[in-house]
Design a protein around this ligand. Structure first.
Ligand SMILES: *Cc1c(COP(=O)(O)O)cnc(C)c1O
Length: 392
């Protein structure tokens, strides 16, 4: 008999009942160090006192009104993001997929608004991930996402991220934009080099294309900058954000320059919940904490410590692990055994990691994890690897 919840997830047999900082507690009262943070969502860990305070206060004031009216919390969060980024304007959503949908609609509208409706194609990259709507599975293009859901929405062209010649060949008179994750997340923590980021910007400028970044996973302080593209000095025209921005409350945004957003006038796009008073109260509190040089500096310092310890871990378990990669607290450890076996061994010893493409386990801890907890995480992963080796 089909379960009451549609069985689209291969869930682990773990049931968490409480969260505290970097820790989760299950229904057997076992504690787990949460190095996955709900897939880079719990940027400030679980039950952060400031977020709890802001959410509880907002709950007594106003939950929802509608974008029919002014929403001061939304305005305040937008002002903070405009102040801190390349963007002049933004549209609020409830998820990453919706932020990406807005980005693609905006790019198409930009050209139609400029009298070039034939320019609708977006060049995207193999092994990317942009969400699960019909539009966004077409954008990523991988068969594991699209199979059985056809026909696919036209307008996406896919090239290998390392094939510069194919990228140039893919640009034609119908191209509107290039879409990339500055660090592929689901694809297995694959950073795009600064040179490549600059080359993409140059290519877009040369051909009059829009550059769209999907920073849903790598943004909001994850890499030690507020957004990952800042490391390269390159800015996009449009950027999708979600996950960490709400610290666990569903919230996303599509940020853009004034020019890129020029077609999106009243009536062209909308959302019932997007940017509602509750979500934006929490999002504002997350921004106040994360978007400070002190906080971001600490992310970088902790990242250095974690990298160094992980290199040691890989060196002491050469049969289990292959290499460490990533940026900031967005780290992939490539495995020699099946990554899911490592994730499951982690469950046994009390550490949570997330599987990713290319046989990696992803470490995406709360950005405010302590140095002691990083040490504990490495010890637990060491135990997990020792168990796996013994079972081989
Ligand atoms: C998670 C993710 C998405 C989809 O976000 P949802 O909130 O699940 O809709 C899109 N792009 C990237 C890079 C992601 O990591």
């Amino acid at each position: 008999m089909i379960p009451a919840v549609l069985p689209t997830y291969a869930r682990a047999p773990l049931t968490f009942v409480k969260g505290e900082g970097s820790w989760l507690v299950d229904d057997q009262d076992r504690r787990y160090l949460d190095m996955g943070a709900g897939i880079a969502v719990n940027a400030l860990g679980h039950a952060h006192p400031k977020l709890v305070e802001v959410l509880q206060h907002q709950a007594t004031q106003l939950w929802h009104t509608s974008n029919l009216y002014q929403i001061p919390n939304q305005q305040a969060l937008a002002d903070k993001l405009v102040e801190a980024t390349f963007a002049d304007t933004m549209f609020f959503t409830n998820s990453g997929t919706e932020s990406m949908e807005c980005a693609v609609k905006m790019a198409r509208k930009y050209f139609s608004n400029k009298g070039q409706p034939e320019r609708y194609k977006i060049i995207a990259f193999k092994d990317s991930f942009h969400g699960r709507s019909l539009g966004m599975i077409a954008a990523a293009g991988a068969e594991k996402l699209t199979k059985g859901f056809g026909p696919m929405m036209p307008g996406f062209v896919h090239v290998d991220v390392n094939d510069d010649a194919a990228l140039k060949d893919a640009i034609d008179a119908e191209t509107a934009a290039i879409l990339i994750e500055p660090i592929q997340g689901e694809g297995g923590i694959v950073p795009v080099s600064d040179e490549k980021m600059k080359a993409l910007r140059d290519l877009c400028d040369e051909h009059g294309l829009l550059l769209i970044f999907d920073e849903i996973q790598c943004g909001m302080g994850r890499t030690g900058k507020l957004f990952a593209h800042e490391w390269s000095g390159v800015t996009p025209d449009i950027m999708a954000v979600a996950k960490g921005i709400g610290g666990g409350f569903p919230l996303g945004a599509c940020l853009a320059t004034e020019d890129a957003a020029s077609g999106m006038v009243a009536g062209t796009h909308g959302s019932t919940y997007g940017g509602n008073p509750m979500a934006c109260a929490v999002g504002g509190a997350v921004m106040d904490i994360v978007a400070t040089p002190e906080f971001l500096g600490e992310v970088s310092e902790k990242s250095g410590l974690m990298r160094q310890k992980l290199e040691g871990l890989v060196a002491s378990h050469p049969d289990i692990f292959e290499e460490v990669r990533g940026l900031g607290l967005m780290i992939g450890v490539k495995c020699k055994v099946t990554n899911l076996d490592v994730v499951r061994a982690g469950y046994d010893v009390g550490v949570l990691t997330v599987p990713g493409g290319d046989n990696v386990i992803r470490l995406l801890p709360p950005l405010n994890i302590s140095e002691a907890e990083i040490g504990q995480a490495i010890d637990l992963l060491d135990q997990a690897a020792t168990q796996l080796k013994a079972a081989q």
